[in-house]
Write a protein that binds this ligand. Sequence first.
Ligand SMILES: NC(=O)c1ccc[n+]([C@@H]2O[C@H](COP(=O)([O-])OP(=O)(O)OC[C@H]3O[C@@H](n4cnc5c(N)ncnc54)[C@H](O)[C@@H]3O)[C@@H](O)[C@H]2O)c1
Length: 265
Amino acid sequence: MAVGIELDGRAALVTGGGAGIGRAVCRWLARAGADVAVADLRGEAAEETAALVAAEGVKAVALTVDATDPEQVGAMVDAAVAALGGLDVAVNNVGMTAGHGTAAFVDWSPQALRDVVGVNLMATAYSCQAEARAMIAAGRGGCIVNVSSGETTRPAPGLAPYGAAKAAVNHLTQTLAVELAPHRIRVNAVAPGTTLTAQVAASLSEEFQASLLGAIPLGALSEPDDMARLVLLVASDLAAHTTGQFLLSDNGAFLSRSRPPYEVR
Ligand SMILES: NC(=O)c1ccc[n+]([C@@H]2O[C@H](COP(=O)([O-])OP(=O)(O)OC[C@H]3O[C@@H](n4cnc5c(N)ncnc54)[C@H](O)[C@@H]3O)[C@@H](O)[C@H]2O)c1
């Protein structure tokens, strides 16, 4: 008996779908049969992903949104529901790892702190709120997947505001799992370890990547498709009894005592 993932006829929304992990998530959801709304700050990038989604033979719509603005997030969810006829799966993937480089916490400016917490925590919180409201109103259950980070499993020197914001996402995920369970809405967090998106590959020197590999038990860094497949699993009925969980996929980096602190150029 073949075991496959079937999302035929489901309506999915992915934030930050214009690049990296988000783009890969959109493509894998589409391959499983879901219709996908691709939301991104960069409208052209969202359009490019939507074209890749449509090529899989499902419905695709591109939405331009700044996920740190609650009004725009509300309009994004309304537009996704209108275009796809509902909302079954929401993947809150917007986040920023390397945008401000790395620095000791005492050297972070107030603006950089606000930016990093805004794009990693507040964007996720606004998205969860708007998505949950739409799912509750429709009364057909649903599934929310928040993209967290392996940096929440240990101190994150150089990336303190990022680690703290993502740790708050983990806590929000657990709480929402309890609050939304009566509405048959599952809420989980998927936590990538270092994943070689174009931006991450460019921001880590070859020497640093080599030192990371040496300290990671499975001796590998992930690709966006690897993370997308985990998100797909969590979003599918194979995980129908899983909620409030933090699913770490980091090649065992969490287990390593010697992993070096991040150096982002
Ligand atoms: N790549 C990694 O190594 C890694 C590791 C751990 C966690 N993560 C997390 O995975 C998620 C995706 O990361 P990635 O590396 O694929 O990122 P990326 O930078 O490659 O892509 C992020 C996308 O989000 C969009 N975006 C940024 N700010 C936005 C906003 N305010 N509103 C709407 N869209 C916005 C960007 O335009 C871009 O298309 C993030 O939450 C990140 O923190 C990534």
